[in-house]
Design a binder for this molecule. Sequence first.
Ligand code: C2E
Ligand code: MG
Ligand code: MG
Length: 380
Amino acid sequence: MRLLIIDDEEDICDLIAEIGERNGFQPLALTNTENVPKTLGEFPPDVIIMDLMMPGTDGVELLRTLSEKAKNAKLCLISGSDSRVLNGARRLGSAHGLNVVGALEKPLSIQTLDDFFKNIVKSEVKTDGEDRNMALASGEFSLYYQPIVELSTRRIKGLEALVRWRHPDKGILLPDAFIREMSNEGLMGKLTEFVIHTSINQAAALYHAGERLTMAMNVTASALLDLALPDRISDLCKQHNLPPEMLNLEVTEAEAMRDVTRTMDVLLRLRLRNIGVSIDDFGTGHSSLSELQRMPFSELKIDKSFVTDSPDNNDGAVIAKSIIDLAHSIGLKVIAEGIEDERAWKLMCEKGCDFAQGFFIGRPLPAPDLAAWIDNWRKK
Ligand code: C2E
Ligand code: MG
Ligand code: MG
């Protein structure tokens, strides 16, 4: 994979190049920005690591160039200024349609860089289209379930179904390795059908065993274009004798707001059938308050980028708090995603959040491990 480094400090370029190379990347460093447009043509990078503060231009200008010439590259921003500037630039990059995968503060440690590259390599496991199509037919996809619990009582509220691909050679793959591609290849419809059938089956099994747990499933905007979706889900609920209010469909904020009218149409149909709808990864898109109020969501999930580091990052904590208050003011329940330790748990409790999800509570589990996890949680 080609790695382009843009930083005016030569020793930093050397450090990044060395660690990148060790992780299997082919590095190229630019210490000034004049050659960026030309280089992007000659050396189309898979990954770009870029200093925001370059003499002669500002990072914002560079982001614009990248959005025109390197939309598919994974971008990591670095900066010596405070985390607020860095996070602002990160949002701006995403708003330009860039794939911003990291934001690192200077000084950079070897460990941080090494972790960064290792994560990229992990998420870059290449799967090909033929594989993906076959995998659907041969049942290589499966669902893992992650618990969601109520902060004030520790009661288990429900589960979120997360798709995994048990690849015969590559092991268990996460959605990042295939969802985007499947969506581009028109395979999303089939995957969504699998997810709906499997998670409703699982939800019904739990329900008939006496559990009262909600089951959340993720759907893309393209699934929401299908006007027959609400009826299919409601028919499946009838077949399984499962009350539809046990289900929640999650749509990301960015996707929901792309075509507000169309999304609203399907969301309303779902709500009329008593199926819950949640707005996922909230805070990463840009919905206006009035749009949010008009959309018939029943729940809001705060994106983990505001939650995980909130105990150490006051900006994140402040944003999380204002999202919680905003959601409550329009009658939505709030779930904080990405609770990784007790401090984040306590902080979200203090901020008045309703529910929590994250590694601190439980990792996504395959169905056969669920009963043991539930028992164990209730004993604690
Ligand atoms: P999401 O819906 O926001 O799901 C939460 C993601 O955060 C999951 O990643 C989960 O494993 C991860 N996570 C949970 N707790 C923690 C934590 O404490 N710390 C950290 N760092 N991460 C945590 P996963 O399973 O890799 O899924 C990524 C995304 O892929 C999901 O984000 C969702 O948007 C999408 N996705 C997953 N399953 C499906 C599916 O069946 N259909 C569609 N269309 N999209 C799916
Ligand atoms: Mg989700
Ligand atoms: Mg999310």
